[in-house]
Design a protein around this ligand. Structure first.
Ligand code: 5GP
Ligand code: MN
Length: 336
């Protein structure tokens, strides 16, 4: 990947000119969106900018330790403050998402904003009409890695510190499944090496994210694998579904079922996996695939979603039962 020097110059000029800068993250925040936003916030604060990070909903517990995470304004709890932060900004960043609708309840105010808008993201098909400047690199492992490249190859390099490196490392580590996928390019590991030189502690960081499960998380995983796993071996597909009642039984907190879809994908011979969770007004869907099966396209075509080639999400407004029936019909037509 080569970064366009002129674009970096343009970004430096936009930031130099701006006084109030707001960094937006996507709904159901993950470590990549939060890590990249917090890292950029740290840089901008060192430049004495007035910076805010806004998030549609609260981050899962296993990310609550991330440096400066408490500074995030969460729409579900501080709606007014989020609206103000977006409307008063003269520069608005989209971190790790490609279009305003990915911010759910923040979308409306993002569209009202008259700020200059910058995209830093690795999802396919960015909303080109919305953004004034785009750093869109779908081939990158993570937005965090992309942000590091931008910082490291610009006048911002001098601001990189251990806190920034840690937030970036968490995004990179989680978006690659602990360096298992989306990291065939040596640059990803070169970035990790640089982050370690800035003081990142790999084992500590890995432990706090992955060996920090609540009992509820483990127990619902058990239920999912034991009772709620549907396997279509001849179609190389499997999925797990949880009703709202089951989720509530385990205290349906943000992040409760994060990662469970990967267990369905881990079955020998399975190339397509889905996780269905019944929420208040919709069924939330996560899709994962191995090799050539394009879940980004699958989610776009069938479940109002999108994402990446091997990891995507979507939603359904049918009942859980009808969503399962729709999914099973689609699976029956698979020829993987
Ligand atoms: P997850 O299954 O972890 O929620 O999402 C997997 C990937 O798909 C992430 O990169 C996420 O940003 C993206 N994604 C999840 N839901 C949606 C959606 O409704 N629309 C789009 N365009 N992308 C999504
Ligand atoms: Mn990401």
């Amino acid at each position: 990947m080569t970064l366009d020097k002129n674009k970096i110059l343009e970004l430096e000029q936009m930031i130099a000119k701006a006084e109030k800068i707001t960094l937006c993250t996507h709904t159901s925040p993950d470590a990549d969106t939060i890590g990249s936003a917090l890292a950029l916030q740290n840089v901008l604060l060192q430049m004495n900018k007035k910076v805010k990070v806004v998030c549609p909903n609260v981050a899962p517990d296993f990310l609550s330790w991330m440096p400066s995470v408490d500074s995030i304004l969460v729409h579900d709890m501080q709606g007014k403050a989020v609206h103000e932060a977006v409307l008063e900004a003269d520069l608005l960043f989209a971190m790790d998402f490609n279009a305003p609708h990915r911010t759910a309840n923040v979308e409306k105010v993002m569209k009202e904003s008259t700020a200059t808008k910058v995209l830093i993201d690795h999802h396919l098909f960015p909303d080109e009409d919305y953004f004034d400047l785009m750093f869109s690199f779908p081939e990158k492992s993570s937005t965090s890695e992309l942000l590091f490249d931008i910082l490291y190859n610009s006048n911002f390099k001098k601001y990189i510190n251990k806190e920034i490196a840690t937030n970036i490392f968490v995004g990179l580590m989680t978006d690659t499944g602990s360096f298992a996928y989306s990291c065939d390019q040596p640059e990803t590991f070169e970035t990790a090496a640089k982050l370690i030189r800035y003081g990142v502690k790999v084992k500590e960081t890995h432990d706090i994210v992955f060996n920090n499960n609540s009992i509820d998380r483990l127990r619902i995983l058990g239920l999912g694998i034991n009772d709620n796993l549907h396997v279509f071996a001849d179609k190389k597909a499997a999925y797990i579904a949880f009703s709202a009642e089951e989720l509530n039984q385990f205290g349906d907190k943000e992040g409760l079922t994060e990662g469970i879809v990967n267990y369905a994908l881990s079955i020998k011979g399975i190339c397509f996996a889905a996780l269905l969770t019944e929420k208040d007004d919709k069924i939330k869907m996560s899709f994962r695939s191995k090799k050539d099966f394009n879940v980004n396209e699958f989610a776009r075509n069938n479940f109002e979603g999108g994402g990446h080639h091997n990891a995507a999400g979507g939603k359904s407004f049918l009942s859980l039962k009808d969503t399962q029936a729709k999914l099973e019909k689609l699976i029956s037509e698979f020829d993987i």
